[in-house]
Design a protein around this ligand. Sequence first.
Ligand code: FAD
Length: 332
Amino acid sequence: MPNDLYDVTIIGAGPIGLFAAFYSGLRSMKTKIIDAEPAVGGKVRYFFPGKIIRDIGGIPAITGADLIANLKEQAETFHPTIVCNERVVDVTKLSNGTFQLTTQNGTIHFSKTIVIATGSGTFEVNRLDALHAENFPDAIFYDVKNLEQFRDKVVAVSGGGNSAIDWAHTLEPIAKEVHLIYRGEDFKAHEERVKALKSSRVQIHIHHEMSALFGINDRLTATTLYCNQTNSTKTISTDALFINHGVKVDLGTMAEWGFTLTDFGILVDDEMKTTIPGIFACGDSAAYPRKIRIIAAGLHEGPIAINSAKKYLEPNAADEAMISTHHEKFIH
Ligand SMILES: Cc1cc2nc3c(=O)[nH]c(=O)nc-3n(C[C@H](O)[C@H](O)[C@H](O)COP(=O)(O)OP(=O)(O)OC[C@H]3O[C@@H](n4cnc5c(N)ncnc54)[C@H](O)[C@@H]3O)c2cc1C
């Protein structure tokens, strides 16, 4: 029920919000998570479900999709209420200290504390909405789970950042040909990856941008590339296009909720307290000196934020949850 009062409401069901929900269960807190997206998983689900993550301790390699499936399963251990498709647009502290959260569809939620795990806000990839791209819905990709569909195909990747370079590398051993199309010259990506790309099979077209798409019915067959240095054009065959033209990130109304914001997010102290008593932040949304924006760092911050929320509600509560190997939930 939206009107029920929760001990903690976590805004954002990305990896960090999900783990915070598990940890709040360890602390016996009645928990709700709200996310603007239709499904949990945050940036990992949205941007890189098919990529392999290798920098989480104890997990040598895992796809984004599998990591989120695991985090969701873990979060559900204590049966939190998970609300998707609702974007929190307003947070107000009522005179009795309860927080009232309003979402974009007018639903009101009540909570004694709030943990913000909203990452960089809501996001949307910049889609290719020119060149009659809508004529080729099955040939234009922003992410994929099944790479085998590109085996022995000709694939073009458009973009010059890490994401474009990663896709070119990923597709190179699978596809017959991979073309990387970039309107600039200096790739905005890790130096070593760019160097490796230059000595790979990938055909690189710098100073080029797509100026037309061709196909038979809805099957893509070719794209024309315009050279912004020479004003010349050339046409290359391609079966599929990967678009990596950046993302729109939207903080929405969050800036008006009353926290102190820095250029990098919501300012927190070492207990993940924001400048509003009763509201805590963790993961990519939280900012403090020497912050690292990776999943492993957020997995540490979520429990700190939850412990602070617990202590806010019950000052005499233990500082932290019982470790899982000794927790009553798992003993029997
Ligand atoms: C291309 C790419 C590759 C990456 N690779 C790695 C990697 O290899 N290893 C690694 O550790 N990290 C990687 N990262 C970083 C990693 O994705 C982030 O550190 C991580 O997702 C942060 O998790 P989070 O839960 O804090 O935020 P997010 O994942 O951003 O999730 C925030 C959630 O909050 C929701 N939300 C936002 N505002 C609202 C609102 N007002 N109301 C309701 N919901 C809201 C959003 O919809 C979203 O679901 C990568 C990031 C990108 C973009």
